[in-house]
Design a protein around this ligand. Structure first.
Ligand code: ATP
Ligand code: MG
Ligand code: FE
Length: 348
């Protein structure tokens, strides 16, 4: 089965063609980062309009790169939530209209299921069951995964998502959006141990997270050390970036280990934008090796939003026979646990 995947949930237009026999045939991404940069965050209406401009040319480009004609496509998968409603509508309308014109199936895909399954696109994919840490701009969740659509929430952030915390801390240090990669880069110059930031909610049992206190701690540290320019000196900014990243990574590692032990599992999958963080990957690898557990993640470009993960997730669901009702539906909020179970021993 050959599936065209479309991702437009936020500020990235992603398109890919995935073939269940041959794997990923082509993919491309257009990022709107520059469009939104002067506003310091994503402006929803500008995002929708830019998806309208970029989506069809990107589909043409990816179809050509994949050497695929419309008649070779068996299904179209588009992100139908969660995300910005206008942005989602663009992908959904384009996906459903093309499917109607091409006479193929169309299916709305859950964006976080896309992230969660992205590591399956790699050469050595993880096997079920596993614990997944979803760490992105809008989500921080620990999920037990027993198959596609067999998800049980183990814990999640009570306030900010980890990626959002990176973005806000970056803003305090006058770094550009998205802040995660910027903080990570600056942290490389930081002096370990100059500051120690708290590891929120690690001293009590449970698998929930909270990152808003860490944000306040960062703000206070910046304020304490700021010079006339309004910012601390360069070295101090790097030391703060280091301490911030260190605290987020340490907190995530503690909870991942706890989740694996609680569930009696040895496989951890990390997905979403923050899973691109090198220190998170390295720390998880070294700390989980001690309990004989392994970590899986997607290649760098498939950690953040992309069309490949949507094409893959949609393909699995279409192969399992999942059909979608004709009405066009997008869901800005959508609970991952409510997805239909399509695993071999599942109910459907
Ligand atoms: P969601 O998937 O929850 O709807 P989103 O789609 O905006 O949110 P992603 O595209 O998965 O999120 O990830 C973007 C987030 O990942 C941003 O918050 C960004 O700062 C963060 N991020 C990207 N690279 C890194 C990195 N190397 N280190 C830390 N954070 C990173
Ligand atoms: Mg994004
Ligand atoms: Fe995302």
């Amino acid at each position: 089965m050959r599936v065209l995947g479309i991702e437009t949930s936020c500020d990235e237009t992603g398109v890919a063609v995935y073939d269940s026999q041959q794997g990923l045939l082509a993919h491309s991404l257009y990022s709107q980062v520059e469009l939104h940069s002067e506003y310091g965050g994503v402006v929803p209406e500008l995002a929708s309009r830019d998806h309208v401009r970029k989506l069809l040319p990107l589909i043409d480009e990816v179809m050509a790169a994949a050497g695929t004609q419309s008649q070779d496509i068996d299904g179209i998968a588009y992100t139908s939530g969660p995300g910005l409603i206008g942005a989602l509508m663009v992908g959904a309308c384009a996906g459903r209209s093309l499917a109607y014109a091409w006479g193929c199936k169309a299916l709305g895909v859950h964006h976080m299921e896309g992230h969660l399954l992205a590591p399956m696109l790699e050469a050595n994919p993880p096997a079920f069951p596993f614990v997944a840490l979803l760490v992105s701009g809008g989500h921080t969740q620990l999920v037990r995964v027993d198959g596609i659509g067999r998800y049980r929430m183990l814990g999640e952030s009570l306030d900010d998502a980890a990626g959002e915390a990176f973005d806000k801390a970056a803003k305090m240090l006058d770094l550009d959006y998205p802040g995660g990669p910027q903080i990570a880069k600056l942290a490389e110059q930081g002096e370990p141990g100059r500051f120690r930031f708290p590891r929120p909610m690690t001293d009590r049992p449970g698998l929930d997270f909270s990152f808003s206190g860490l944000k306040t701690f960062t703000l206070n540290t910046v304020a304490e050390h700021k010079l006339e320019s309004g910012l601390p000196d360069d070295q101090c900014c790097a030391d703060i970036a280091y301490a911030f990243e260190d605290a987020v990574v340490a907190t995530l590692v503690i909870k991942c280990r706890r989740a694996l032990e609680q569930e009696g599992l040895k496989t951890l999958v990390i997905a979403g934008g923050v899973s691109a963080n090198k220190r998170l990957r390295a720390e998880l690898e070294s700390k989980l090796a001690k309990i004989d557990a392994g970590v899986y993640y997607a290649r760098h470009e498939f950690c953040t939003d992309n069309g490949a993960m949507i094409a893959y997730a949609g393909c699995q669901r279409l192969l399992a026979g999942q059909e979608q009702e004709l009405a066009l539906k997008v869901q800005p909020r959508w609970d991952l646990e409510s997805l239909p179970d399509i695993s071999a021993d599942g109910p459907s």
